[in-house]
Design a protein around this ligand. Structure first.
Ligand code: SF4
Length: 177
């Protein structure tokens, strides 16, 4: 990979943080999957979420097939962080930046695996579980769906994600090989 070229390109994007990582730094936890199962309304409703993504162990094996990746974060200010609609509206621009970063990496001839935020929202109604995913190349499972403790990774790289006030922080992980 031409890191210098990528770093110049990344500097032009509105990223709050951008860190090269190694997958052996990742912490996988069944506890994260437990939270998906017990607290997330999207559990069992999307190809991008558990159980469709497989067990945490299967996810770990897929992730560990890559040695390196890029952790990116965006921060957006909203007028009221308690307003869920306004807060969630900041997600689409983050997903678009994630897609752009993955494209920049692929443009260097590398294969990518992208993990992003929340459940996939490409289709008005997900085909899960009745038919295959309509856009498997554009569907990014969320980082947590793979049992990854993204806050641990952010801490290891000194990213301050405890944004105060009305700031919304999103993370994505783009693995490459
Ligand atoms: S692209 Fe469509 S079918 Fe595939 S996971 Fe997303 S919402 Fe579901």
């Amino acid at each position: 990979m031409d890191r210098e070229l990528l770093e110049r390109q990344l500097a032009e994007l509105p990223l709050y943080a951008c860190e090269f990582i190694r997958t052996d730094e990742l912490l996988f936890s069944e506890r994260v999957r437990y939270i998906c199962r017990t607290e997330c309304a999207m559990y069992g409703r999307s190809w991008a979420c558990p159980p469709a993504v497989g067990t945490v162990e299967a996810c770990r094996e897929r992730v560990m097939g890559f040695e390196e990746g890029l952790l990116i974060a965006t921060i957006t200010e909203v007028s009221d962080i308690a307003n869920i609609e306004e807060t969630l509206a900041t997600r689409a621009p983050h997903e678009e930046i994630t897609r752009q970063v993955a494209e920049l990496i692929r443009a260097q001839g590398l294969e990518t695996m992208t993990l992003s935020t929340e459940a996939c929202a490409h289709c008005a109604k997900c085909t899960y579980p009745d038919a295959p995913c309509r856009h498997p190349d554009r569907m990014f499972p969320c980082v947590e769906s793979h049992g990854i403790l993204v806050t641990d990774l952010a801490e290891k790289h000194g990213i301050d994600f405890m944004a105060e006030g009305n700031l919304v922080t999103w993370f994505s992980l783009i693995l490459y090989r």
